[in-house]
Design a protein around this ligand. Structure first.
Ligand code: ADP
Ligand code: MG
Length: 248
């Protein structure tokens, strides 16, 4: 088997007395769409933040394409081809959709300040327009991002994360607060992007329908530990998962 794109070993993270993540390990192969599910407070976002260097883990190692990246700076992780979207929207509401996506591209290239105040970059603009078209946002190209629907803004968020041409993208609740039509649209675009570019996704999600239909494999967290792992069908039928999470 080829090298995993992402390898996470024994990550632990406490906040004072709260053990948010208790020794989580997993690997993700190229092209997989891995779902990370679990009840509120089960440590999903903390795990993401540890993987992405936004929080120092207490223990554990993370490798991207076989390179150790533990305690790496988020901007350096970007250079290794790792992108993310946040649980909260990160668009600039007063800027147009196009400018948001261009800005994300500039940020990834580390040229933000010089470009913001300098001449436009035709190549980058064309790339941003292509990305906007891919996410079917072309009619909103010149609209301030803040006046789009919440679901459309989530699409802008994804377009921004993909401007780095990442190998691996971690998405924190991309479907949260998104209506049914936009959900289908978002899923369709993520699957198409994965198929076209071979990009690997790790997706935190609450919406079971969304996660079960999007993901090729699912890991279930409860109280900071992995309680199950398998295909969507296996997870649906797993008694431990049903008891801990899906039941209710
Ligand atoms: P999830 O994303 O699965 O909902 P989180 O990773 O946000 O879970 O939270 C896991 C646990 O860690 C929760 O008990 C939460 O209250 C706690 N926690 C998360 N972030 C912090 C923080 N910055 N400071 C203190 N406690 C935190
Ligand atoms: Mg969370």
């Amino acid at each position: 088997m080829s090298k995993p794109v992402l390898s996470v070993r024994n990550i632990q993270k406490s906040f004072g007395g709260i053990k948010a993540v208790r020794g989580v390990s997993f690997e993700v192969q190229r092209g997989e769409i891995l779902g990370l599910i679990g009840p509120n407070g089960s440590g999903k976002s903390t795990l993401f933040n540890c993987i992405l260097g936004q929080l120092p883990a207490d223990t554990g190692e993370v490798e991207v394409n076989g390179k150790p990246v533990s305690n790496i700076r988020p901007s350096d992780l970007n250079k290794l081809g790792v992108g993310r979207t946040f649980q909260q929207l990160s668009v600039f509401p007063k800027m147009t959709v196009l400018d948001n996506v261009i800005l994300a591209g500039q940020e990834h290239r580390g040229t933000m300040l010089s470009r913001l105040f300098g001449p436009g970059d035709a190549g980058l603009t064309a790339e941003a327009e292509k990305m906007i078209e891919f996410f079917r946002l072309t009619p909103y190209r010149d609209t301030p991002a803040g006046s789009l629907s919440y679901g459309q803004q989530k699409l802008v968020d994804a377009a921004m994360a993909f401007m780095a041409g990442p190998d691996l993208v971690l998405l924190d609740e991309p479907a949260g607060g998104v209506n049914l039509t936009m959900l289908a649209n978002l899923k369709d675009r993520l699957v198409a992007y994965n198929a076209e570019h071979g990009t690997t996704f790790v997706v935190i999600e609450h919406n079971m329908e969304f996660v079960m239909s999007l993901c090729t494999r699912i890991i279930v967290l409860a109280e900071g530990a992995v309680i199950a792992e398998g295909s969507p069908a296996e997870i649906r039928a797993n008694q431990t998962v049903i008891d801990a999470y899906l039941g209710g």
